[in-house]
Design a protein around this ligand. Structure first.
Ligand code: F3S
Length: 424
């Protein structure tokens, strides 16, 4: 941080910072301005939308709930479209997850406080699948690392990885500080990744993201050698089916990059919008990473455990196409383990209309909306070893949820759910 601030505010922003818009806005401006000073921003930018994280009672606790109540009581209201990250439970069917009454009561209050501030209680990490679809080049203040990666890479919008309070502050004052990925300079690739092995299945993309994220940290990888159709900012239901599938695998790639590393933007040559617009986007003098084999990544993502007691699909939250694949794989089967398919409420409703939810439930599984294993109170639940096709979940399972993980293809996960053992 510079000792002298570079940040210049407009007269309107100065007035808001001085409290002319009320105490709630003053607090919001103070957070945004402080971040701007820390990161040497020269100005603030209006944001098109916000994704607010910090929702699970497991993470927020009573102190976090009090902080939100207090801000809401001061009159905090969002001034731009804002969506909400997952909560620690399914907001309607929490009892089926084994959540206690006490946790549910607190969790419900947190979501109500956000809703009272005007945040759309979507409770999903895939806001771009439920109507919060940014435009190309739009400035955002999104938290939730996988969503940030998707917005930056797949859509070509511009967001830093915001923390929960920073994102909520941006939603209240409608602004964020212009630094990092808001600027062209922050979006230039820092590593060239030459993919020289086959990367086809969704779990291949997750394994690749995990492997590269570990090596680039917070860099901006530029992938070459991935065979995918072009993607862009259309909502997935409006995309060509092939582009929607590409969107799904890029969602898994970005989630893994963001969890093993701190990646918030990547480019894929000839595929993602900024790489398509500028064929020579990647500088010649950046470090090169060659990926010849995904086996080491797969080995690192797998614990030494064969007995499975929970299978989780849908991290990030499943799209309708992913729900269809899962239902097709479960039709007519009977599950031995607990099985959670996590998704947004909106996608669940669409899946229910197609009979997909019934298929999963007839097999003995649960379709869980609004929530996520990593932020649910897993220590209160009887699960110890999870199988998943998500490299992000496999990366976080132990640290955040106290679970050991098995990682592999959807088909392997479904077989594990039927037999209770990870297929040899
Ligand atoms: Fe979403 Fe939870 Fe995975 S927030 S990306 S389902 S860890």
């Amino acid at each position: 941080m510079s000792t002298t601030s570079l940040l210049r505010l407009t007269s309107e922003e100065e007035a808001l910072l001085a409290g002319e818009g009320g105490e709630a806005v003053r607090r919001a401006m103070q957070i945004v301005v402080t971040l701007g000073r820390i990161y040497d921003a020269e100005r603030l930018l209006p944001v098109e939308s916000v994704q607010v994280a910090g929702v699970s009672y497991r993470n927020l606790g009573d102190a976090g709930l009090e902080f939100l109540r207090d801000w809401a009581a001061q009159g905090a209201r969002v001034t731009v479209p804002a969506t909400l990250n997952p909560a620690g439970m399914d907001m309607r069917d929490w009892r089926r997850m084994g959540i206690s009454d006490e946790f549910a009561r607190r969790q419900d209050e947190i979501v109500r406080v956000y809703a009272a501030m005007g945040v759309w209680p979507t409770c999903t990490c895939t806001p771009y699948l439920v109507g919060n679809v940014p435009s190309f080049g739009a400035h955002l203040a999104w938290s939730e690392s996988s969503a940030v990666c998707y917005a930056n890479a797949v859509i070509g919008a511009r967001s830093n990885r915001e923390g929960g309070p920073g994102a909520l502050a941006a939603a209240i004052c409608g602004r964020t500080a212009a630094y990092g990925l808001h600027l062209d300079a922050g979006r230039v690739p820092t590593h060239r990744v030459r993919v020289r092995c086959e990367v086809r299945s969704p779990d291949d993309f997750g394994a690749l993201g995990y492997w590269v994220g570990r090596q680039v940290g917070g860099g901006v990888p530029y992938f070459e050698g991935l065979d995918l159709p072009a993607v862009g900012a259309e909502p997935s239901h409006a995309m060509h089916p092939e582009a929607a599938v590409a969107g799904d695998v890029l969602k898994l790639l970005g989630a893994a990059l963001a969890s093993s590393g701190a990646v918030a933007l990547y480019h894929v040559r000839d595929v993602t919008p900024e790489a398509r617009a500028l064929p020579d986007l990647c500088p010649d003098d950046v470090p090169v990473i060659d990926v010849d084999d995904l086996a080491p990544a797969r080995a690192a993502l797998n614990a030494d455990a064969d007995a499975i007691d929970l299978v989780v699909i849908g991290c990030p939250h499943a799209s309708l196409a992913e729900m269809r694949r899962v239902a097709a794989g479960l039709r007519g089967r009977r599950l031995r383990t607990a099985f959670w398919l996590t998704t947004s409420r909106r996608v669940r409703d669409l899946a229910e209309a197609e009979g997909l939810v019934a298929t999963v439930e007839e097999a003995g599984g649960l379709v869980i909306s609004d929530s996520c294993v990593v932020i649910a109170p897993m220590s209160e639940l009887p699960y110890r070893t999870v199988a998943t096709n998500s490299a992000k979940l496999a990366t976080y399972a132990l640290g955040h949820a106290g679970l050991r993980a098995r990682f592999g293809a959807l088909e392997l996960c479904l077989d594990a759910a039927v037999t209770g053992r990870w297929p040899a």
